[in-house]
Design a protein around this ligand. Structure first.
Ligand code: DOR
Ligand code: ZN
Ligand code: ZN
Length: 428
């Protein structure tokens, strides 16, 4: 099976070239002889990038298949340019054992649109009381590489320390949802002027920053790898800079929504804007964009969080936190990072593919666009724009905060090991 991508610009650089893909591998770049049976993708000078890798996705299977399944979430991922996603463990039942993680992995392979890597829970049932069997999950057929209680923080410092210690022997990474729970009881929105005016209980920046500082120190002393989920405050970026300067093996992600949206959205009272950690201030968003450009924050991860209408279309306090992200991530990064000149397309490849693949320890993702490399590729039209319609997204749920917005950057094709998984807005 062969495919030729005709006239693409790898990393948005140089003159357009043809890329020949045979049996899942890039076999020629330049002016290629097109094999007779080859499938042709006319790129017309569009930007060719390594397939995106999402370290943080909620696919809701098992348990909430009314909002997303591995099938529908894989479609959203392929359409968004992703070739690998990490599916968070806060499902029902929780992915805290080999049976569940193997189910998620196998189902992802059956669907075949994107590699679905299950994240294993750090603690049994996400209860924060007892470590889950990390080793059994790491050695299962799912080969779990990332562990997280996301949705909840591993708040007990002793448990977190043990998890970090075990992780070094398994060569896996602990991804922390940094939220000191004692500081966020009843929290509804970023603690600041806007929340105060609306009478919402505040979610203070210190609840995130204090856990990140603590965990960086625990990781440094345990010589372990720590990954910080959805960094939302400028203070966290400062803590990360400090920790990295001291040689801590810490990586961090920022979501597209924390790069673009702010707590100004609270004025709408629309719970589509409710997310955890909450949307912060314009000053935070600006510093997060700078930290991502600088590399203090390593990558972009969606925290794609589908929710049913009855859990979202309700009064603010009762609504679940979370928003869709897989199909809009590239466009939000184009809007906030490329249009602003903070990142070029090579930088986008770094933050959406290369760094997440390294952090998640995926050998065949985030690879250079070069002969002999696996053909996990995403083609992006940088000049096209589109209008977001939640109902038209592939997810079962429709809770996008970008409804009706016109955004730059359209994913026109995605290839997983040489096979087209999405093309011109349709799943293949
Ligand atoms: O907004 C969020 N939604 N934050 C989380 O940590 C969990 C997630 C979810 O599962 O819906
Ligand atoms: Zn989280
Ligand atoms: Zn999450």
């Amino acid at each position: 099976m062969s495919t030729v991508i005709k006239g693409a610009r790898p990393y948005g650089e140089g003159d357009p070239v043809d890329v020949l893909v045979e049996d899942g591998v890039i076999t020629a770049i330049g002016a290629v002889d097109v094999p007779k049976d080859a499938e042709i993708v006319e790129a017309g000078g569009q930007v060719l990038l390594p397939g995106f890798v999402d370290l943080h996705t909620h696919l809701r299977e098992p348990g909430r298949e009314d909002t997303e399944t591995i099938d529908s979430g894989s479609a959203a991922a392929a359409l968004g340019g992703y070739t690998a996603v990490f599916a968070m463990a806060n499902t029902d039942p929780v992915a805290d054992n080999a049976v569940i993680v193997e189910h998620v992995w196998r189902r992802g392979q059956e669907v075949g649109l994107v590699d679905v890597h299950p994240v294993g829970a750090v603690t049994v049932g996400l209860k924060g009381e007892k470590l889950a069997e990390l080793g059994t999950m790491a050695n299962s057929q799912a080969r779990v590489k990332v562990f997280s209680d996301d949705g909840l923080c591993v708040a007990d410092p002793l448990l977190m320390r043990r998890a970090l210690e075990y992780s070094t022997a398994l060569d896996v990474v602990i991804a922390q949802h940094a939220e000191e729970p004692r500081l966020t009881v009843g929290a509804q929105a970023h603690e600041g002027e806007r929340a105060a005016r609306l009478g919402y209980t505040g979610w203070p920046a210190a609840a995130e920053e204090s856990i990140v500082a603590r965990d960086c120190l625990l990781a440094l002393h345990a010589n372990a790898r720590l990954h910080v989920c959805h960094v939302s405050t400028s203070g966290t970026a400062d803590v990360l800079r400090w920790a990295k300067d001291r040689g801590t093996q810490v990586s961090a992600e920022v979501t597209p929504h924390h790069l673009l949206l702010t707590d100004e959205r609270l004025a709408t009272y629309d719970p589509v804007n409710k997310v955890n950690p909450p949307l912060r201030t314009e000053s935070d968003a600006e510093k997060l964009r700078a930290a991502l450009a600088e590399g203090v924050i390593d990558c972009v991860a969606t925290d794609h969080a589908p929710h049913a209408v009855q859990d979202k279309d309700t009064e603010w306090a009762a609504a679940r936190p979370g928003m869709l992200g897989l199909q809009t991530a590239l466009s939000i990064v184009a809007e906030t990072m490329v249009r602003t000149g903070l990142l070029d397309w090579r930088g986008v490849a770094r933050v959406m593919s290369e760094r997440p693949a390294e952090i998640g320890n995926l050998a065949d993702q985030g690879r250079p666009i070069a002969v002999g490399e696996p053909a996990n590729l995403t083609l992006v039209d940088p000049d096209a724009e589109w209008t977001v319609r939640g109902a038209e997204l592939a997810s079962i749920a429709a809770n996008t905060p970008y409804e009706g917005m016109r955004l730059p950057g359209v994913v026109t094709a995605t290839l997983l090991r040489g096979r087209l998984t999405a093309r011109d807005g349709k799943v293949c």
